[in-house]
Design a protein around this ligand. Structure first.
Ligand code: KIV
Length: 265
């Protein structure tokens, strides 16, 4: 059992402690995130873009998500591991949704699942919660709805704010233990955070959320496409990696590597 539990995350809001969440997709980086003390490791379906190279998250399958959640789980001792449910794994019917969600706990060892949507999927969230599957909601900019939204666009401006608030309230009423607010104006995120008892975890939602999440490849400079404005780069591992590969290539070509110290006598 990992150290941080679902009730611990809920309590963090009451205690005024901010929640730190980051995505990871494999053992190596999950272990590093855990060692750094993040509270929640999210195996995001963003892996469709940053790991698989697709232009959206839509092609990702449940089998792929369960596989990545399994290898992340092996690297984590303390953080809460949350598996992201991919497009069409929970929207079509409730029974399939519960079975698919259950796979993340049963096969991959996650403690919870995350799914996108509000009012429209609140019954599905309630069915999962009834089956003792903890659910993290996700409202506002929903990447799986990229075509319905007409692109990756900020949600909840002006009169549309009430719709996003209603979605968040529906997710809480359905029994979710926390909720991601993505791509919403900071003022609306603050209003939602004040209205909900469950913690809000923001990405592009300002500083008043109860926690923050970033996509690992954006924050470490590992993605080849421009990062969103709201993301912050904390390291440039992309440049460091290219430099390491270059030096290796130079040394192989010049005969410097392997030297005597890397040679079996
Ligand atoms: O898939 C993902 O990485 C996410 C985060 C951006 C919250 O849903």
């Amino acid at each position: 059992m990992p150290g941080i539990t679902v009730p611990d995350i809920v309590r963090m809001k009451a205690d005024g402690r901010r929640i730190v969440m980051v995505t990871a997709y494999d053992y190596a980086f999950a272990r590093l995130a855990d060692e750094a003390g993040v509270d929640v490791v999210l195996v995001g379906d963003s892996l469709g873009m940053v790991v698989q190279g697709h232009s959206t998250t839509l092609p990702v399958t449940v089998d792929q998500m369960v596989y990545h959640t399994t290898i992340v789980r092996r690297g984590v001792e303390k953080a809460l591991v949350v598996g992201d449910m991919p497009f069409l794994s929970y929207q079509a019917n409730r029974d399939d949704a519960v079975w698919n969600a259950g796979r993340f706990l049963k096969e991959a060892g996650a403690a919870a699942v995350k799914l996108e949507g509000g009012v429209a999927i609140s019954d599905t969230i309630a069915s999962m919660v009834k089956a003792d599957i903890p659910v993290m909601g996700h409202v506002g900019l929903r990447p799986q709805a990229v075509h319905a939204m007409g692109g990756y666009k900020v949600q909840g401006r002006g009169l549309d704010a009430q719709r996003v608030l209603d979605d968040a309230l529906a997710v809480e009423a359905a029994g979710a233990f926390s909720i991601v607010l993505e791509g919403v104006p900071a003022e609306l995120a603050a209003r939602i955070t004040g209205a909900l008892k469950i913690p809000t975890i923001g990405i592009g939602a300002g500083s008043d959320c109860d926690g923050q999440v970033l996509v690992m490849h954006d924050m470490l400079g590992l993605f080849d496409r421009p990062s969103p404005k709201f993301s912050k780069r904390y390291a440039d591992l992309g440049a460091a990696t290219i430099e390491a590969f270059r030096r290796y290539g130079d040394e192989v070509r010049s005969g410097k590597f392997p030297g005597d110290e890397h040679t079996i006598a």
